[in-house]
Design a protein around this ligand. Structure first.
Ligand code: SF4
Length: 193
């Protein structure tokens, strides 16, 4: 499996914000978003057992498999091995890839941050929209269909003025649509990984 990095930090975004988590960042992505802020291309080839050995060094139960796009590589057997080690497995995905039934049922929490409207993943526990003031009609429809928790996350534009405008627009949207909640990239605010 091509692993970009494994590191220990706090989950900075979405439903599990603030809890200690081990992050497995798998290399590569099938999309090229212009706001992508992860360097996910470089990798070390690791077996599933080697990944688990690196994860269990840390005391946290929560594991986040992210990327890049983790579903390009994630397997049901890795999820099973993480469960056997007592871990809870969350993935952060763009939702463009349909998952095999065994893998789908094994993952404990699926956070989908759709970047296109071609969403094929069969289950979404949390939809997390990166918000730049775009038309929300199709995200609303997707959120209604999937029935998951709704998080709106202002896009970090690497430009304080534009990022502040996204935050302000997200607050306004949530006040008008209170079924959404604000997700901030708190790891950036407190300057941790
Ligand atoms: S889907 Fe995510 S990881 Fe892939 S390019 Fe877009 S922002 Fe980056």
């Amino acid at each position: 499996m091509r692993v970009n990095e494994i590191f220990y930090s706090l989950q900075g975004e979405g439903r599990y914000t603030g809890i200690a988590a081990v992050f497995i960042r798998l290399a590569g992505c099938n999309l090229q978003c212009d706001f992508c802020d992860t360097r996910h291309e470089s990798y070390t080839e690791l077996s599933e057992d080697e990944i688990v050995r690196q994860v269990v060094v840390y005391p946290a139960r929560h594991v986040v498999v992210t990327g890049g796009e983790p579903t390009l590589q994630l397997t049901g057997s890795l999820v099973d091995k993480l469960h056997e080690a007592g871990k809870f497995v969350q993935i952060e995905t763009n939702g463009t890839i349909e998952l095999a039934p065994g893998l789908l049922s094994g993952i404990d929490w699926i956070t989908c941050s759709p970047k296109t409207f071609s969403v094929k993943i069969q289950r979404i526990d949390e939809i997390k929209v990166v918000y730049r003031g775009q038309d929300m009609t199709r995200y609303e429809a997707l959120a209604t269909t999937c029935g998951g928790m709704r998080s709106l996350q202002p896009c970090d534009e690497n430009d304080p003025e534009r990022s502040a405008a996204n935050l302000s627009a997200a607050i306004d949207y949530i006040k008008a649509h209170p079924e959404w909640r604000l997700s901030l990239q708190t790891h950036k605010i407190i300057n941790i990984r």
